[in-house]
Design a protein around this ligand. Sequence first.
Ligand SMILES: Nc1ncnc2c1ncn2[C@@H]1O[C@H](COP(=O)(O)OP(=O)(O)OP(=O)(O)O)[C@@H](O)[C@H]1O
Ligand SMILES: [Mg+2]
Length: 368
Amino acid sequence: MYINYLELQSFRNYHSLKTTFSAQVNIFYGQNAQGKTNLLEAIALLSYGRSFRTKKEEELIQWGKDACYLQAKFELEEYPFQVEIGISPKEKRLKLDGQPAKNSEIFGKIPIITFAPDDLQLIKGGPQFRRDFIDLYLALIEPKYRFIYYNYYKVLQQRNRLLKAGVHNPNELEVWNEQLIEKGSKVIKYRLQFIEDVKSFIADAQYQISGTHELLTLEYLGFKGSVLKGMPEEEIQIRFREELQQVKNNELERGITLIGPNRDDLRLTIGDAIDLRIYGSQGQQRTAALALKLGLIDKIKNIRGQYPILLLDDVMSEFDDQRKQQLLKVLLASAQTFLTSTSKSDFPIINEEAYFYEVAEGAMNRVQ
Ligand SMILES: Nc1ncnc2c1ncn2[C@@H]1O[C@H](COP(=O)(O)OP(=O)(O)OP(=O)(O)O)[C@@H](O)[C@H]1O
Ligand SMILES: [Mg+2]
């Protein structure tokens, strides 16, 4: 799976761009604020149908312009297809092979894994970052999870609305409780399965990048921080019902749902002892954040039969030489990869399949 053509009109600082890519490694280098990350954002947008940087899509339109347009041509097992996105302040339109399409038809058709300096939040930030990580990549691996999550989320919102407005009749809440338990337990079941499925891949990625034998462990924390492991759905439901009962008064008082997938977390430890969030060194935290993402490469390859595209923003500058070399080895052996850096010398790659592009002031040019 790869992208071989990208066209941008009035997108961020790109007035107009048309370019082709290597099916292997593509390197965007240039000074700060020239448009390197904007390119990765455009590629991700064409795969996910949304930006990884902003929810406000009008920010994507070049200042002073009315609308922006993006187009990509992808290759999927010899079948080319084309995605187009047009965004104006009023609306976003998607097309798949020239026909109007919904976001769900485009989302993840070509899986993309992104990594940016901000992903350190996966380790250092609040639980929301880790939940979003699970939810996004779970949806890529298991497309029906999007609907499972969405169904839960709708119930959660309605239950929260009721709690906030004040519950007058306890039966009213009961109805939503059962819905929340049913839909929420499904979400938890899928998440637990996801962690089970990916943890060895992520541990391998950690070994490879760090070049050490640090074992990275992932544990799902549900129901007020207890470690949950693969459980049958009925068991999750029973536990959910009990926990909900316990927090009932507290929920009524605070007017918000206090138990369920919207409160859960992922704990990451190195060896048996170090909770990375609290004790990890800066380098360990960075490596683990990257391992979380790169571990998914092989998992996606396993499930979909093809490698995902990787977008790695500014990773090289963060690692020592040994980790850099290790990382490049991993990347060269896998998928189509896009890397950005302020310095061309970050990439000691001698490989004719690696294309270098110099990015300056919203323009990019391939150089040898
Ligand atoms: N809607 C927009 N219209 C025009 N320019 C924009 C728009 N949004 C962002 N920019 C500009 O795009 C420029 C490049 O942004 P980008 O984040 O791609 O830089 P970069 O090359 O990745 O830099 P760095 O090395 O600092 O990460 C910034 O100067 C920013 O002001
Ligand atoms: Mg950048």
